[in-house]
Design a protein around this ligand. Structure first.
Ligand code: HEC
Length: 103
């Protein structure tokens, strides 16, 4: 598990343009979402199947009062129905930015 995460981080570091450290990156969020969230949530328009209990990311983004900062916080301390994925702060922010882009 840790090796997988390390490999993923190394990969995103290679792909990401330099100089964007710190800013939320929806492209990184997409990679994370497809890896960690797609078993339950529909995370992209071209994905057909998710679990019926978990809301699609597009529906989350369209909720009234949607706030990427709040979603990032939620992801650091997830709802009991969701596994704790041990996301870092920047991963949570990247995922929130990606969800925000699914409107
Ligand atoms: C094991 C299944 C599962 C996985 C994996 C999962 N989720 Fe969820 N998620 C759920 C369920 C079920 C809910 C709805 C909880 C509820 O309504 O009580 C939820 C709710 C949410 C919400 C809140 C939606 C709202 O209405 O405010 C967000 C945001 C979210 N998930 C993001 C993610 C992200 C990002 C990932 C990947 C890092 C992820 N989830 C992985 C099952 C999952």
């Amino acid at each position: 598990m840790m090796r997988l995460i390390a490999a993923l981080l190394a990969l995103t570091a290679l792909v990401a343009p330099s100089g964007t450290a710190g800013a939320a990156d929806a492209a990184k969020g997409e990679v994370l979402a497809k890896r960690w969230c797609a078993t339950c949530h529909v995370v992209a328009a071209d994905q057909k199947v998710g679990s019926t209990q978990a809301p699609p990311f597009s529906a989350i983004a369209r909720k009234p009062g949607f706030d990427a900062a709040q979603v990032a916080l939620f992801l650091l301390d997830p709802h009991p129905k969701m596994p704790d994925m041990g996301l870092s702060r920047s991963e949570a922010a990247d995922l929130a930015a990606y969800i925000a882009a699914q409107k």
